[in-house]
Design a binder for this molecule. Structure first.
Ligand SMILES: C[S@@+](CC[C@H](N)C(=O)[O-])C[C@H]1O[C@@H](n2cnc3c(N)ncnc32)[C@H](O)[C@@H]1O
Length: 186
């Protein structure tokens, strides 16, 4: 939903800026809109998971320091940062959009989490997930369907998959919170 609000705000911002001849500002609004939406067909557009949802997920999973938590399409890094800060676990965020990748990288550096949190600028479909013990996704139904094949090949027995809003069908559903957070065990 946030993506829709931001798209409307950036579009109006661009129109108003061009109307009053603020060309640079107008171009910035257009670029922000492109950055928000261009990843739609690659997995999902940007839409941040609410922090209270992240807290519910982490409360349920209670990651150990030995866990390796992945966020496929980590956006601004909120999930991996929260997991590592609160539980001391290792975390990997994969993000294809350069702006969000740099925002996450900056946040990780400013919070001195570099030794625990790795941020990767890549397409998660091409990134190996073999060391993951927890995988979080907030994507789309189509992306989840494509990921099922990858997960079956790369994830080890006992790995948790958590999906916000969209289900997986090929894995063992072990818990559902608020009808929108789905937990699976490989
Ligand atoms: C719905 S947002 C979720 C962001 C973040 N996981 C969160 O929970 O706040 C999806 C994110 O996945 C990224 N993304 C989409 N397809 C991707 C792909 N194939 N590889 C890497 N990142 C991708 C988008 O750029 C976007 O930031």
């Amino acid at each position: 939903m946030v993506w829709l609000i931001l798209t409307v705000v950036f579009t109006i911002g661009a129109f108003v800026s061009f109307f009053y001849n603020f060309w640079v500002l107008g171009i910035i609004f257009v670029l922000l809109n492109i950055s928000l939406l261009w990843t739609w067909k690659l997995g999902a557009a940007w839409d941040p998971t609410p922090m209270e949802v992240i807290e519910k997920i982490l409360d349920y999973l209670n990651p150990k320091q030995s866990d390796v938590v992945y966020d496929l399409g980590c956006g601004d890094g909120r999930f991996i940062i929260e997991a590592s800060r609160r539980y001391g676990c290792r975390a990997v965020g994969i993000e294809i959009d350069p702006l969000r990748y740099f925002i996450t990288l900056l946040r990780v550096k400013l919070l001195h989490l570099d030794d625990k949190v790795k941020v990767v600028w890549a397409n998660f479909f091409n990134y190996p997930l073999n060391d993951a013990t927890i995988v979080f996704c907030f994507l789309t139904e189509e992306a989840n369907r494509k990921l099922e094949i990858k997960f079956s090949k790369e994830l080890s027995y006992g790995t948790f998959i958590v999906s916000y809003l969209w289900r997986f069908y090929g894995f063992n559903l072990v818990n559902v919170i608020d009808d929108k957070i789905f937990f699976y065990l490989v």
